[in-house]
Ligand binder design. Structure first.
Ligand code: FES
Length: 318
């Protein structure tokens, strides 16, 4: 552990932790952040999380989300220099994105009335925090969107501003975006009029920003949408699931259970299970089939194939 002083209080921080992590672990939750997300690598673009750090006789202003703790350092999270710095950052955000709710809230909290900076563009909604790009790259590993352009023309976009071919429509970008600029819409089935007549268009997810629209897989039992097809295909590929695994939504799945008194360990359920959920487990001196419900896709193939009536589906999963 590393001993540091935060706002006059000595705290112990995990070796290698950032100042922000150390502060939060010590119960200090007043450091504002915009571009930080615990699930993503530190990025340090918004500079809102700045703190004043005294170390080896030098005092500097650093972004706490990227700065690592070192033994004996002293951190001030709310000094006048820090507050002035944050106000300046908020003023710049206010110049770029005057209508973004999160920016307005910060401006109110820090008493920033207006921005003296001329941005020259009207009502940008993207604060360029990069959360969407990083979530897409680091977590989803799709790399469907990137930064493009420079300076005040910098934007987040799909490659060459064409429909984002690599997008899985998972919606992680919209989920992490603090401003709501990413427009994601799940549409129900609609009738479309074409010169050839009216045809039915299945449910789909549309993300306007990346110019994509993908069909949503629906539950074979209740008909409710489950998730976009490209996303399910990627999960199936990575985790070696058959696509059948996604035939039922979680609410409609039932978990088969094995009656070990009737199971003869004939292996049929294990062979037929498309999700690898049926496996042998030790049962005293014997082996018996067991259905691991976390993998079960609810297809009931095991029940159908069991010639001993040993597999039953007693309950719905919640
Ligand atoms: S939260 Fe630290 S720089 Fe953005």
């Amino acid at each position: 552990m590393t001993k540091i002083i935060i706002d006059g209080r000595t705290v112990k921080a995990r070796r290698g932790a950032t100042v922000l992590e150390a502060a939060r672990a010590a119960g200090i939750t007043t450091i504002p952040t915009l571009c930080h997300n615990d699930a993503l690598a530190p990025y340090g673009s918004c500079r809102l999380c700045i703190v004043e750090i005294a170390n080896n006789g030098r005092t500097t202003i650093e972004s706490s989300c990227t700065y690592p703790v070192t033994e004996g350092m002293s951190v001030k999270t709310n000094s006048p220099r820090v507050i002035e710095g944050r106000k300046l950052v908020i003023e710049l955000f206010l110049a770029r994105c005057p209508n973004v709710k999160k920016v307005q809230e910060l401006a109110r909290e820090y008493g920033v009335q207006d921005s003296a900076v001329e941005w020259g563009k009207e009502n940008e909604y993207c604060i360029l925090c990069g959360l969407c790009v990083r979530a897409c790259n680091e977590v989803i590993k799709a790399g469907a969107i990137q930064f493009a352009g420079r300076g005040k023309n910098k934007v987040v976009d799909s490659p060459f501003h064409l429909p984002a071919e690599d997008c899985l429509a998972c919606g992680s970008c919209a989920f992490v975006c603090p401003t709501g600029i990413i427009k994601l819409q799940d549409r129900t089935a609609t009738a479309v009029c074409t010169p050839e007549g009216t045809r039915e268009k299945g449910p789909a997810r549309e993300i306007t920003n990346w110019q994509i629209e993908y069909p949503l897989k629906t539950c074979a039992a209740c008909g409710n949408p489950i998730a976009p097809l490209p996303m399910l295909k990627k999960i199936a590929e990575e985790h070696c699931y058959q696509m059948d695994f996604f035939n039922l939504c979680p609410s409609c799945r039932t978990y088969p259970a094995v009656d070990t008194d009737l199971c003869t360990a004939c292996n049929a359920c294990i062979v037929v299970c498309p999700a690898g959920a049926a496996q042998f487990v030790e049962d005293g001196q014997d082996q018996k089939s067991h259905i691991f419900t976390q993998n079960c896709c609810g297809c009931h193939s095991c029940m159908d194939v069991c010639g001993w009536g040993a597999i039953k589906a007693p309950s719905k999963c919640s």
